[in-house]
Ligand binder design. Structure first.
Ligand code: AKB
Length: 316
């Protein structure tokens, strides 16, 4: 990246957006990273650099903000996740799809030079392989969120092929971090469990004990995001979205690790509607393409992640 390129993060008040803005500002300078969201973010984001209220569906305002700040790169993090999308499929489709198309169209008109858009392991469905799910397999998602992510991947590749739009993407697994709370996802339990363990010493989980899913620690997710954006263009050979893998665990396996830090911790299970979404997703992911093409390597496994979460949450 030309060092002083201006970056716009859309969805900066969300779980990933918050952490992404903090890291991007650290790396590229506070004034070069414009945070934006439809709502006011936490103090650190708001006070730490430029901030704009922005709805990605409002094309006129997106254009205005891009011109006003001379934005060259966009990280589009605004989306409805799996659980909230099922409650409002029409709006989720509109936000997840038209939000992306608005940004891709701006890039096609050369108003912006580079785009990051996250896909998800939710692109996989009941007919996808469960273990070490490969990059190119049957997808067939059956959640609104998964369908929107798969369609988004096809659009990304289409805009790259037809219009040379420099768009880059990874399929996020469930993400776990301590700086911001998730909302509306199926994998959110893996964050809430830490807060409840420290606060109450117990947690009632909405997934079954043995529901293993692909997960990733936020440090790794943010690093994957920035690394793919910083990789030389020719190394980013897949322009739909890359599988990236961190770790895989079930609620009961996570509970065992948490117990090492909170001895009295108890977990109980009361599966709800999210169980059925989780059951359609793979248990683990093969990320050989990301490793071979642009050198991706996760650093956190379940044990290391739990120690880091506990240390940081107890300090907060
Ligand atoms: C969700 O649970 O909806 C997300 C995802 C897997 O993309 N965390």
């Amino acid at each position: 990246m030309a060092e002083k390129e201006r970056i716009l993060v859309i969805g900066a008040a969300g779980q990933v957006g918050t952490e992404l803005v903090l890291k991007l500002r650290e790396v590229f300078g506070e004034t070069n990273v414009i945070a934006s969201d439809i709502k006011t973010p936490g103090y650190e984001i708001f006070e730490g650099g430029p901030y704009e209220i922005l709805d990605v569906l409002d094309v006129k305002r997106v254009n205005h903000i891009v011109s006003k700040h001379g934005v060259k790169q966009v990280y589009l993090m605004a989306a409805f996740l799996s659980s909230t999308a099922e409650q409002n499929p029409g709006f989720a489709w509109n936000l997840n799809m038209n939000g992306l198309l608005n940004i891709l169209n701006m890039a096609r008109k050369e108003k912006i030079a580079k785009v990051f858009w996250p896909s998800s392991i939710a692109v996989f469905g009941p007919n996808s392989p469960k273990e070490k799910c490969l990059q190119f397999v049957v997808t067939e998602p059956n959640t609104v969120y998964g369908i929107s992510k798969l369609a988004g991947e096809r659009w990304c590749e289409y805009f790259f092929e037809k219009s040379k739009v420099d768009v880059r993407s990874v399929r996020y697994p469930g993400l776990i971090g301590y700086n911001s709370q998730p909302g509306g996802g199926t994998t959110d339990y893996a964050v809430h469990i830490f807060y409840q363990a420290i606060k109450k010493g117990s947690y009632e989980c909405y997934l079954k004990a043995d529901t293993a899913l692909p997960m990733m620690y936020m440090d790794d997710a943010i690093r994957a995001t920035i690394e793919i954006m910083e990789a030389p263009s020719e190394k980013v050979k897949i322009r739909s979205s890359y599988n990236v893998s961190g770790m895989s665990f079930s609620p009961s396996e996570l509970a065992i690790q948490i117990k090492k830090h909170v001895a009295q911790f108890e977990i109980s299970y009361k599966p709800d509607h999210r169980q059925q979404y989780a059951e359609t997703w793979p248990v683990s992911i093969d990320d050989s393409f990301a490793k071979n093409n642009w050198g991706w390597q996760a650093e956190f496994d379940l044990k290391k992640m739990t120690v880091d979460m506990m240390q940081n949450l107890k300090m907060i």
